[in-house]
Design a protein around this ligand. Sequence first.
Ligand code: FAD
Length: 410
Amino acid sequence: MVVPLMKKSKNRQIVIIGAGLIGSIMAVALASEGFDVTVIDGATEKDRIKQNEGRTYALSRTSKNLLANLGLWDAKKLNVSPIENIVLSTKSGSDDNIKHLAAFNKESSEVEPSSYMIEDFYLRTVLGSKLNTNTKIQLINSTEVIQDETTSYETKLILSDKSSFTTEILIISDGRESGFAKRLDKKFFKKHYNQVAIVGNLSHKNEHNFTAHQLFLSGGPLAILPLLGKRSTFVWSLPEQMGNRLSAAQDDIFTNYLKEHVEDILINPSQIGEKKMFPLYLSFLSETIDNRKVFIGDSAQAIHPLAGQGLNLGLRDIACLVDTLLKGKKLGLDLGSTDILKKYESWRSFDRISLMTYTDLINTLFSNNNFYLKSLRELGMNAIDKSNFLKSFFMREAAGEYGDLPELLK
Ligand SMILES: Cc1cc2nc3c(=O)[nH]c(=O)nc-3n(C[C@H](O)[C@H](O)[C@H](O)COP(=O)(O)OP(=O)(O)OC[C@H]3O[C@@H](n4cnc5c(N)ncnc54)[C@H](O)[C@@H]3O)c2cc1C
């Protein structure tokens, strides 16, 4: 038997698995604080861009602060569109009219909007050039970890190209189907929504006035979010069967169906590029840390997209983890020590649990036609709509401004 020749293990202070948005931004954040970091991804940079073509994200004000603090926020390059107003409405069937529930407008005292829309392609392009030029970052593409072993002082990784690394701490950001979490036999809380989300972009005749619409339909919520120019993104959560059928439908059939639901929110919408479909489920790691390992981003928690908060949550993971590691480094501590990891985990737990619960509850409450639930949600929304205090509270939540904020989010 021919035994493959192993190259000598290289030592890196920090290794990140997964160069999606979260893994890549984590690398830039760590490098900006002087850490040496290696990022490993199973796909090529081109594949990651292609796979996410046309995707957009609603980012909160604190997420914007994080990108700005890392030199990644360039409003022009990122094609940033502010969200100035949020309108929540409901519609029971295509024959019913849209019924207003609540509206949140940018307060006159506020200098900045609570959230922004950004486009995936631009963010990945800005990130790509940072990853490839920062000497503190080593990016390894098209390579997987085939074996890992952790002792009391390090983790050793063997990669598919037969190279190997030892590291003090392994940060795992390999996405919502985390192979690493399965491999480590981590316990997940999983809930299938029996829904899929269809996402895509539209051009239209009317101005959107930087208003984001959340339309609660009986099968699931439909979000219409403003992009620069007379363009909008849609994220439509639908029952599985219906979603599969609509996703496979020709673009004009799909757009006509969408038109019936959005009434005059969009005039003459026409699809730009391809639409994408995502099966929807909640996947939540009860313990995000392991021996010298920590899970962040979707590998730790993948939530329902109705509030557009998944990436924001992952960015908050990054900000808290960088803060915790930096404090550890200043004290000369071992970065993978249980003390440091536990500190990070307890800092993140309230935010993770509350967003998981809140998105799950809203989806349950709004994605059906049960008379009592319908009355309850309309009553609740009316109360919010009439209270300036509650509105201001929810706008601050949308901006991500709550709890003990780490430096990168300020
Ligand atoms: C329909 C929809 C709409 C959304 N809208 C919003 C929004 O408006 N705002 C918002 O904040 N969030 C939104 N989200 C959530 C957001 O998309 C995710 O939270 C975010 O993209 C997760 O990024 P990630 O880097 O953690 O994971 P991923 O993007 O999944 O990246 C994982 C990376 O790991 C790599 N990888 C996987 N396995 C391995 C392995 N074994 N070895 C090496 N590499 C590996 C993959 O190649 C990939 O590059 C939405 C989600 C959906 C489904």
